[in-house]
Every structure is written in C-alpha cells, then in structure tokens.
Design a binder for this molecule. Structure first.
Ligand code: UD1
Length: 422
C-alpha cells in the first residue's frame, strides 16, 4: 500500500505546470481504435489510468510507442473485440473502448467496469445509445456482449442525464455509422470538445460538441492524425485550492482559464484572489485574508461546478469562517471523505446529497484513508493546512489522476512524501 505523508503548516509559493487532461486523454486513446494508421498524441499524462488504457489498446491489437514528447498509437484492422477483464475491472473509463470497437469491429465484449466507488454508476445510457444505433446488447455472468451486423445506423438519441462518457461513447460509435446521429441532452464538458476535435482530425464529421445537441454524420473510414490534449482543469483546480488552503501564492501554468470559471467564481466568493494571466494560459492564486468566508456549492454537469472538485473544495471550506452547504447532484455517494476530514477535526455532517460544513479554526494531522481519487487529493490538501503530520493511506488512488502529486507540491514548498507500506 502506498501512503502520502504531509507535514502541515508550510505556505505554498511558486509556479506549477498542469498536465494534459486525464479525462480527455482516455477517450482520445480509445478513439484510436476507429482509425487506420498512426496518431501522434501530445500532452497525454502517463498516469496509472492512462497506462491501463494503453495496455487495453495493446490487448486490442494497437501498438503504442513513446516518441520524445508524444505517444504514437498505430491501429488498423484486427479481429480482437474482447477487453481483458483484469483491465476493465480497474477503471470505469475502460468502457470507452466499447463504442469504437462496436463501430469498427462490429462487436465489443467486456466485464462490467470498475473505478472509483462513488455511487452506483450504471451504464444504461451507454447501452441505450448503442441499441438505438442498431446494436444488440447481451448481459450474462457479469459480462457485456454488444454486437451489430455490418455498420451501425444513425439515430436520434436522448440522454436522460448528460453523462460524460456515455456522450463520448455514443459519439465515437456514431462516427462510422450509416447516416446521421443526434445526441440530445449531451454532456458539454471541454473534454468532449477535445475528443470531437480529435475525431474530426481523423476524418469524422461532428458538429455541436460542447453544446447540448451533437450531430454526427457517419463516414466510411478514418485515418490517424496529430493532436494536443487540453490541460487538466481538475488538476489545475486542485493546485488552486492548495494555494488557498496554505495561505500561499501560486501561479498555475498551462490552463484554460475559461474551463476553470466555476471553480474560480467559488474561490473568489470565499475571498481567494484569482488573477488570469495576460496570455490566458495561467492563473495566479493567492490568499491574503486570515480566514476565508463560507459559501455554498452545488455540483452540476459542465459548465456547473465539477463533482471532481467537490472533495478538495470541502477541505478548503472546512477551515472557512461560517457554515457552508455543499450539494452533490452528480453522484449519489460521493461524501466518503467526510468521515476522514472529520477525523482531522473538521465539523461536517451529511444528510442525503447535502453536506453542512461548519468551519473550524484548525485541522489536526491524522491517519486517514483515500477512499477515491479526488477524496485522496482533498486529504493531502487538508494535511497541508493541518497542525502536525497527516498520513493519507491508499494513496495509489491519487496516482490514477495526478502525476507526481507529492513532488509537484514539494516544488512549491510543501513538506510531503510518498511511502510504501505493508
Ligand atoms: C466522467 C469523468 C469523471 C467525472 C464524471 C462527472 C471520465 C473518464 N470520467 O465520469 O471524472 O466525475 O464524468 O463529471 O471522463 N449515469 C447513469 N447511467 C449511465 C451513465 C451515467 O445513470 O449510463 C449517471 C451516473 O450514475 C452519475 C451521472 O450519470 O450519477 C454522471 O455520470 P457520468 O457523467 O457518466 O460520469 P462518467 O462519465 O462515468
């Protein structure tokens, strides 16, 4: 087991560079299955989840090689449509290979996916989309088997909830379908625009990505292309909170400030200063007042406040003056970090999808558990501000989404390190 130890009380100062977005890299890698030829991808963060996707692609017949600052994915005709269960079970985003496999090879078989334990996380919307495109879905013994005869057929699909990966999966499946597909009530996340740009670079015909209706006109074939992945807005948001929680001043480089609007708005409401750099690729975050102000946060699909920033923001609000209310409207069970923050002296109570955070004057270092990726990051942030030493157990969760998290924090003046334990 990996743990991250943090000695609290050190103010963060300096500059940090944000990686390419994990949640854009994963669907973009999966999309390579659709093409004949080689794609050159820059800005792919070599995180644990990304390594799982790369191994998945290799198991599905693609070759993946590193070339200085890019990775090359060569894909072409192959009969392989079975996703290895050991990989699928490690990451929910492995589902993203299903749409491309179905479109390109007419069949996709895999186990029900794993990932962070933050709610039921059904896959009905993915399957509804595939079925509407003409596929047949069979579920037996925990395995999903989806097939179609010949090409998929364009259709009009309404999503009951704007699911990010369902939108991506259906959009990818529709690229090689016969005719036109409309995805209505589609998710609008920047990562979906990035994927659509990549797919269009490969020859797809997609319009409307980033709005609530996406149109895909099916094409006969697609080829490899070059692409630079957008910056990770969640990693950026996490470092913005790190600056605020330590009363520091950090310039967060390689960001798209527009993607950070909801997080920036909330930080400003609390009294954190956020200045957008003149070049629009950085933000300078500083906290000058003694205590931040409480505020209310509700997670929503983009452009609302991201659920992936909820835990980190809760850590920050646990030290604010006054009472804050956090409503988690995306996932039904994403408050597992509350017990851990309370073990550090926070005063948070949960009722259903709402949490009441009564600000305390200080947190105390403790041994706590990373229950999922973002919860783990939140506990490290709490540890940075706490009195004494904090040990975040099960820190391997953090490595799924943050590259060199402890090292980057150290470069800003934090005292924290990784430790392998039994
Ligand atoms: C993606 C992100 C994840 C983020 C989440 C919400 C990736 C790889 N992961 O996850 O980091 O936390 O968006 O911003 O991009 N739902 C259904 N049926 C489905 C699919 C989803 O009911 O078929 C529900 C889920 O249970 C959840 C909600 O829709 O309550 C949102 O989930 P979704 O947007 O699908 O999240 P992911 O795409 O899994």
């Amino acid at each position: 087991m990996l743990s991250i130890k943090v000695e609290g009380g050190h103010r963060l100062e300096g500059e940090v560079k944000i990686e390419g977005a994990k949640n854009a890299a994963l669907p973009i890698l999966a999309a390579c299955i659709l093409a004949d030829g080689t794609s050159e991808l820059r800005g792919i963060p070599l995180l644990d989840d990304v390594q799982v996707m790369i191994r998945m692609l290799e198991a599905l017949g693609a070759s993946v090689t590193a070339a200085s600052d890019a990775i090359l994915v060569r894909s072409g005709p192959s009969d392989e449509y079975r996703c290895p269960s050991d990989l699928v079970c490690r990451m929910r985003a492995s589902l993203l290979t299903m749409g491309p496999l179905l479109a390109r090879r007419g069949r996709a078989v895999g186990a029900l996916p794993g990932g962070c334990a933050i709610g039921a996380r059904p896959i009905d919307l993915h399957l509804k989309g595939f079925t509407a495109l003409g596929a047949r879905v069979k579920m037996e013994h925990g395995m999903i088997d989806i097939r179609c005869d010949g090409r998929l057929t364009g259709a009009r699909i309404y999503l009951d909830f704007p699911s990010v990966t369902a939108t991506e999966n259906i959009m990818m499946a529709a690229t090689l379908a016969r005719g036109t597909t409309y995805i209505e009530n589609s998710a609008e996340e920047p990562e979906i625009i990035d994927l659509a740009n990549f797919l269009n670079g490969m020859g797809a015909r997609i319009t409307g990505a980033g709005t609530h209706v996406i149109r895909v006109d099916g094409v006969d074939s697609m080829k490899g292309t070059s692409h630079v992945v957008i910056p990770d807005r969640i990693e950026a948001g996490t470092f913005m909170v790190a600056a605020a929680i330590t009363g520091g001043e950090v310039k967060v480089n390689n960001v798209v400030p527009d993607h950070l609007k909801s997080v920036t708005a909330k930080l400003r409401e609390m009294g954190v200063e956020v200045k957008v750099g003149d070049d629009e690729t950085s933000v300078l975050v500083s906290k000058k007042r003694k205590r931040l102000k409480a505020t209310n946060v509700k997670t929503m699909p983009y452009p609302g406040f991201p659920t992936d920033m909820q835990a980190q923001t809760m850590a920050l609000l646990s030290l604010a003056k006054g009472t804050s209310r956090i409503v988690e409207s995306v996932f039904e069970n994403r408050f597992m970090h509350v017990a851990e923050l309370n073990a550090m002296g926070a005063n948070i109570s949960v009722e259903g999808r709402g949490a009441t955070v009564r600000g305390v004057e200080y947190l105390s270092g403790a041994e706590v558990k990373a229950t999922d990726l973002r919860a783990g990051a939140a506990l490290v942030l709490a540890g940075l501000a706490a009195r004494g030493e904090t040990t975040v157990l099960y820190a391997e969760h953090i490595k799924r989404g943050y590259l060199n998290f402890a090292g980057k924090l150290r470069s800003l003046g934090a005292v924290c390190w990784e430790e392998e334990a039994e």
